[in-house]
Write a protein that binds this ligand. Structure first.
Ligand SMILES: [Fe+2]
Length: 316
């Protein structure tokens, strides 16, 4: 296995198994939060967004679908992020899996495809090693992470919402990445929707957002990838994104959205305090460090993706 490139066997599952034990959600709104990456200021903002909805009479359920750890490589921030997140509903990302139960030769467990530069992969493996060193000092949190499931199937507003980290075959799969939709892989997506029986698949892991929807017979189906809650996702935009699934429209303007059987699915911005986060990030990961090399520009400037490139099929 090449560290950071391959997918550990323990990450794999079959699409047919994912929606066998659905849980009914009584709340009015779901926030699906992938890729917080250890950013406490993004978590502050998400909690405020939920509070604002609750003040308007809507009950909000926060669901973290993995990679809530990454940059939080200090004892205090590691404990803070995990204690706050684990007070909500959560499932594993490859980061949490490797923190709780390191797989031999997995590196960061990201299963990076060929299009990702080798330097990025090697830096991610070293970020993981440093974070594993911190996690080892907190066996109580490692234990709690080890008990998290790899995916969840929720019934919300009559829809079957499959919440996972990568794709329907692997915790770290890239089959629902923006790059895959750009390559027009609709047939694979349709196969997965058929095999899982899900109306909506909410994923993350691959760090760029997308919203795909299609009509299949009488029902519409959707795939939504929130990119990252804790880092900028779009060109010249430092805001994180979460997936909001609600029985009513969001109060703020989404980056993208669609309606499915009366349920609103939106990619909602998280306008966290970027200056405060950069200051904390620079203390943890100074200039020249692996995380600064790989991620500081993105935290500062967002990505190269335009907002018009988020929705698939393009032109929809
Ligand atoms: Fe991931």
């Amino acid at each position: 296995m090449t560290e950071g490139r391959s997918c550990p066997l323990a990450y794999r599952y079959s699409p047919e198994s994912l929606c066998q034990s659905p849980e009914e959600v009584p709340e009015d709104v779901l926030y699906i939060i992938g890729g917080l990456y250890g950013n406490p200021f993004a978590l502050d903002e998400i909690e405020q967004m939920a509070l604002a909805e609750e003040r308007q009479g809507r009950r909000v359920k926060l669901v973290f679908n993995g990679d809530f750890n990454w940059f939080n490589a200090s004892d205090s921030l590691f404990r803070e992020i995990n204690n706050r997140v684990l007070g909500h509903t959560a499932s594993l990302g490859n980061v949490e899996y490797e923190l709780a139960n390191a797989s031999a030769g997995a590196g960061c467990g990201c299963a990076y495809p060929e299009c990702v530069d080798q330097g990025v992969v090697e830096r991610s493996n070293r970020i993981m090693e440093r974070l594993q060193g911190v996690a080892e000092q907190h066996p109580d949190i490692q234990k709690r992470l080890s008990l998290l499931p790899r995916y969840r199937c929720l019934i919300f507003g009559g829809l079957k919402v499959l919440v996972l980290h990568g794709d329907p075959e692997s915790l770290a799969g890239w089959g629902l990445a923006h790059e895959s939709f750009s390559a027009a892989n609709d047939s694979a997506v349709l196969d997965w929707l058929g095999a899982t029986g899900a109306d909506v698949i909410a994923c993350t892991h691959t760090c760029l957002p997308l919203l795909w929807s299609a009509q299949l017979g009488k029902r519409s189906r959707a795939v939504v990838n929130n990119g990252s809650a804790g880092m900028g996702n779009l060109r010249a935009d430092t805001r994180g994104l979460i997936t909001r699934i609600g029985l009513s429209d969001p109060a703020t303007e989404p980056v993208a959205g669609c309606e499915q059987q009366g349920v609103q699915i939106s990619l909602l911005p998280v306008a966290f305090d970027t200056a405060a986060w950069l200051s904390r990030f620079d203390q943890l990961w100074p200039a020249g460090s692996d995380a600064a090399e790989s991620y500081r520009q993105r935290i500062l400037n967002g990505t190269s993706l335009a907002a018009g490139q988020v929705v698939f099929p393009s032109g929809a």
